[in-house]
Design a protein around this ligand. Structure first.
Ligand code: CA
Ligand code: CA
Length: 133
């Protein structure tokens, strides 16, 4: 099964840690491991062996990949990536998981940034408090 150009682009965007637009050997290695991992998840979540994910199987796959999503999010993902028979083939599955992973990592880095900001605010607060004493 082939992988579309769009999937390739999202993969490169996600894994290009140094942002040079290319995948180094190390980055490529991460990609390879990821594809194998997702392939394993795809096979194990495909309960009826149809070679595609329905929304129920998709939820199982996402949870195996470590992403707990609610019904609303699941519906959005499935309607975005499913074909006319409401099933998600491997290529779309790969795009979907990579997209979800990107969103989660963006969310995490936002969270970390927020944490650092809060920490700085606390330090400032502490300095102000100490100064007043
Ligand atoms: Ca790179
Ligand atoms: Ca299936």
């Amino acid at each position: 099964e082939g992988i579309t150009l769009e999937t390739c682009r999202s993969i490169v965007n996600l894994l290009d840690k140094d942002g040079n637009g290319k995948l180094s050997l190390t980055e490529f290695h991460v990609l390879w491991m990821k594809i194998q991992q997702y392939q394993k998840i795809f096979r194990s979540a495909d309960a009826d062996n149809s070679g595609a994910m329905n929304s129920h199987e998709m939820r199982e796959a996402l949870s195996q990949a470590g992403f707990q999503v609610n019904n609303a999010v699941l519906q959005v993902i499935v309607s975005r990536y499913a074909n006319s028979e409401s099933s998600v083939d491997f290529d779309s599955f790969l795009s979907a998981l990579i997209r979800v992973e990107m969103l989660f990592s963006e969310f995490l880095s936002l969270f970390r940034l927020l944490g650092r900001l809060l920490w700085k605010c606390n330090l400032l607060q502490l300095q102000v408090t100490l100064f007043k004493m």
